[in-house]
Design a protein around this ligand. Structure first.
Ligand SMILES: [Zn+2]
Length: 279
């Protein structure tokens, strides 16, 4: 739900601001990303690193992550990973549970609990699913805390969760808060994580028609293998006719299968960090 450069997508002015309607699931095309100041805040924020670490890997790693997340990210999404012996990371926005837009219906607490029981990682993605740079830092911190509290009620024992910025938008002060409260934060900035990485702006490539596809899959795996790096992917729905932000069961299966064939470890984000020796 972001543009490929991790910057705010251009958008026409709109009369309504759906994100202000309580209980409404905002269509990504309708999100108000604000004007110049939030954009600058994101651009500065993504360049300022509060925490870095050096990745040292003995084999390249692939992590598959699901944002928001639609019911199809569990069935068939999680099942596809499990068929390959792999597990993924899910970033639920707890305020969206059960809501429907014109693309999908968001899974609820039962899916979160079931995925955790089956070995998938549960991360954080904000409660209200608003761009971080569009929230006052105190409101952002409260929203993140609400997300964490909601998910810990569903999955007792969650600790040191990983986080993904809604729409990939950070903001300098929000990023600083994240640095003190989560294990890592995932962006939507495409690239391979290798060498010294910003733990609060992990690069990630979208699995979608405009991002990682069957056609460029091997090129991305080549880059990750050459750097002995960590390739993080993200997507939303997994359907025969996916949204602009999702993919098909066939492509997802192909990605996991090809990575395993090529000697990648396919791991949730937390396990990838463990493997890289990042606390
Ligand atoms: Zn999201």
């Amino acid at each position: 739900m972001n543009d490929e450069n991790g910057q705010t997508a251009p958008h026409p002015p709109r009369r309504a601001r759906p994100q202000d309607v309580p209980g409404a699931l905002v269509d990504p095309d309708e999100v108000d990303f604000g004007g110049l100041l939030p954009r600058l805040d994101h651009m500065v924020g993504r360049r300022v690193a509060f925490r870095t670490a050096v990745l040292r890997l003995e084999q390249p790693i692939l992590s598959i992550t699901f944002d928001d997340f639609p019911g199809s990210a569990e069935v068939p999404g999680a099942r596809i990973l499990e068929d390959h012996g792999a597990r993924g990371t899910y970033y639920p926005a707890s305020g969206l549970f059960g809501l429907t837009n014109n693309r999908w219906t968001v899974a609820g607490a039962e899916a979160v609990a079931a995925l955790h029981r089956r070995g998938h990682e549960i991360g954080l993605h904000g409660h209200a699913h608003r761009p971080a740079n569009r929230m006052h830092p105190r409101a952002f911190a409260a929203d993140l805390a609400a997300n964490r509290a909601a998910l810990r009620r569903i999955v007792p024992g969650l600790v040191r969760e990983n986080y993904a910025y809604p729409y990939g938008q950070c903001g300098l002060r929000q990023k600083r808060h994240v640095a003190g409260s989560v294990r890592t934060a995932r962006s939507v900035q495409p690239g391979i994580n290798a060498g010294r990485v910003d733990l609060d702006f992990i690069k990630a490539v979208e699995i979608s028609a405009r991002g990682l596809t069957e056609d460029n899959l091997d090129a991305w795996l080549d880059r990750a293998a050459a750097a002995c790096g960590w390739l993080v992917l993200f997507t939303h729905d997994v359907a025969e006719a996916p949204s602009l932000y999702g993919t098909t069961p066939r492509v997802l299966s192909r990605i996991v299968g090809r990575a395993v064939e090529r000697g990648f470890a396919v791991l949730p984000v937390a396990e990838a960090l463990d493997r890289a020796g990042i606390a």
